[in-house]
Design a protein. Structure first.
Length: 571
């Protein structure tokens, strides 16, 4: 096989002439897809759900197929319109207004989607939290956003320090809450009483709709703020890149606590009126293949870490299943290894299409389309309407084949509009009208982009972004830990794992029990995915004279690489 490029198969693709469209396309053309281009009334929830529910041809189409070990349910667009109206009425009853932040901390479930769209329908800003977050992670996000309401479950409530959060006025509990003290709003009781009709709050395209907290290399996680305008890009990229057509059954494996789970687990498919599969419960190759088979999934969006796990389970794991309906596969979150693409060709007879984007870009920006050749290892080409380039630290564009900052020309429709409450931080991402991604890359003569790595110290473990500072801060809260430096260490299946170097306080002696206790401490405080898989005790942690931990030096030591410039190292 020619591994230089993998050609396009015959097919009826939404974007069949990439180069021509790339030259001529203007985002304004997409407006026609939305009812606000005629009515002037904007709300992304209306466009994703109500618009289809009001269309006699689509109202009874299944919008959501939900499957978890103990539930299997389907909901039409009409069902989702009504249930989100009910929740919008509950929000109104309890005084939630446009611009308020309402967070959701619960596993994927039908109730999640009613709550999510209800929040958007009243013009409030939704803040989805990953269900695996522990107390510190939950606290940081609710504190910074000054959320006034939280929707959660009785099980997860234990991780919400609600008595200590001044702004958090109300908690909606989804599920039985017999043993809970305090006054909580009962989701099911309120929903039963609420009207199924609601007058959607019309907003401005530039009004806020979503806060996603994400990690950088310094400080606490930051609130990336997105606006209703983003729908233009969610809708159009879901057509071009996910190649969604009316009759597709689509499955995005990401949790809505992360941006992929909202932009492409919610908006992309539903803005296009497509049937969306949501699966709860744990990963196993068998239940994933079974999901693809049983729901006759046609388009699938997942991540390299998942493909690598499936790959290591071997092709015999696929054999019992009929995956003949599957026609298009896409990937995001970390570099897609060429060997995974080769495996995909064998296992599914399909190409796996890598897509590159970030929480901050809000939607896909550099991608492999069904209609272009894939060069394995490359993340593809910019989507039409997006200008991407490689620039140097002064903001000058570099020619092909030179590594530098991967940058996107501002603005684009789904671009973040703010970092919550931190205008100077927001400004710091831009240079000469370029948004600086924090990734390094180069592009070749044909305009394909090639990812090289992160320029900051952000760790990408199983496709999830972890800031080293958060982990270090948690580590040193443990009584035994004096100092900590945290790095990402390459790992064949997970991309990177978290490795922590620590020094111990006086009176503590290294032992397996102690190290395990420290790991459990991080796991219980932050989350499982932020827990160091490797922990190494050192006599000292290298720091600069100004006291900054030299993570780069730790990494060079770990990988046995040259240490580079260490002139700022403290004696
Ligand atoms: C990395 C996820 C290589 C990258 C949507 C980026 C990738 C960060 C790819 C954003 C890819 C994402 N190839 N690296 N196709 N996709 N990344 O904000 O470092 O969770 O900056 O958004 O993940 O992660 P985030």
């Amino acid at each position: 096989m020619n591994m230089e490029r993998i050609g396009v198969k015959e097919g009826n693709y939404h974007l069949s002439n990439y180069d021509k469209t790339y030259q001529q396309f203007d985002w304004d053309e997409v407006k026609q897809a939305f009812s606000w281009s005629r009515t002037g009334k904007v709300n992304i929830a209306y466009e994703a759900i109500d618009r289809h529910a009001e269309n006699p041809m689509k109202t009874d189409q299944v919008a959501l197929i939900y499957s978890s070990p103990d539930r299997e349910e389907t909901y039409t667009f009409s069902d989702l319109k009504q249930s989100s109206n009910q929740f919008a009425n509950v929000l109104k009853k309890y005084g939630i207004e446009k611009g308020d932040r309402v967070f959701i901390f619960m596993p994927r479930s039908p109730e999640f989607y009613s709550a999510f769209f209800g929040i958007l329908k009243v013009g409030a800003i939704a803040g989805p939290l990953f269900e695996a977050f522990m107390e510190q992670a939950v606290r940081d996000r609710l504190e910074d956003s000054e959320a006034s309401m939280l929707v959660t479950t009785p099980e997860l409530l234990e991780r919400v320090p609600h008595k200590e959060l001044a702004h958090l006025k109300q908690i909606v509990l989804v599920g039985e809450d017999d043993n809970k003290e305090g006054s909580f709003i009962d989701f099911h009781e309120e929903m039963n009483q609420a009207s199924k009709s609601f007058d959607v709050e019309w907003v401005d395209l530039e009004d806020g709709m979503l806060l996603h907290y994400t990690s950088g290399s310094t400080g606490k996680p930051k609130g990336v703020y997105h606006v209703h305008h983003a729908m233009i890009q969610h809708y159009q990229t879901a057509k071009w890149v996910l190649d969604l057509h009316e009759n597709d059954v689509y499955w995005c494996t990401a949790d809505p606590g992360w941006v992929t789970g909202t932009s492409y687990g919610i908006f992309g498919p539903w803005l296009n009126g497509v049937t969306n599969v949501v699966v709860g419960g744990r990963f196993s190759p068998e239940n994933w293949y079974k999901t693809l088979q049983d729901y006759e999934v046609t388009v699938w969006y997942s991540a390299p870490t998942a493909f690598r796990k499936l790959m290591s389970a071997g092709s015999q794991a696929i054999e019992p299943f009929d995956l003949s309906k599957l026609r298009h596969i896409t990937s995001v979150g970390e570099p897609l290894n060429p060997e995974v693409i080769v495996w995909g060709l064998e296992a599914f007879k399909l190409r796996i299409h890598d897509t590159w984007w970030m929480t901050e870009t809000g939607a896909q920006v550099i991608c492999n389309y069904p209609a272009i050749d894939i060069k394995p290892g490359s993340m593809g080409k910019p989507v039409p309407g997006v200008v991407a380039s490689i620039i140097d630290n002064e903001g000058n564009e570099l020619p092909p084949n030179q590594m530098g900052n991967l940058a996107i020309k501002a603005p684009w429709p789904s671009m973040m509009r703010a970092i919550w409450k931190r205008p100077e931080k927001y400004e710091s991402y831009f240079l000469n009208n370029w948004y600086i991604s924090g990734d390094s890359a180069y592009y070749d003569e044909e305009g394909y982009f090639w990812f090289q790595g992160r320029l900051d110290d952000v760790i990408n473990t199983s496709g999830e972004r972890v800031g080293p500072f958060e982990v270090e801060s948690k580590l040193i809260e443990h009584p035994a830990v004096a100092e900590a430096g945290v790095i990402g260490k390459p790992h064949p299946e997970r991309g990177e794992i978290i490795k922590a170097f620590i020094t111990l306080n006086e009176g503590y002696v290294q032992s397996d029990e102690l190290l395990d206790d420290i790991r459990q401490f991080v796991k219980k405080g932050l989350s499982a995915h932020a827990t160091p898989r490797e922990l190494e005790v050192k006599d000292s942690i290298p720091k600069t004279r100004s006291g900054k931990i030299m993570r780069r030096l730790l990494k060079s030591w770990e990988l046995g690489l040259p240490t580079g410039d260490v002139s700022t190292l403290e004696e």
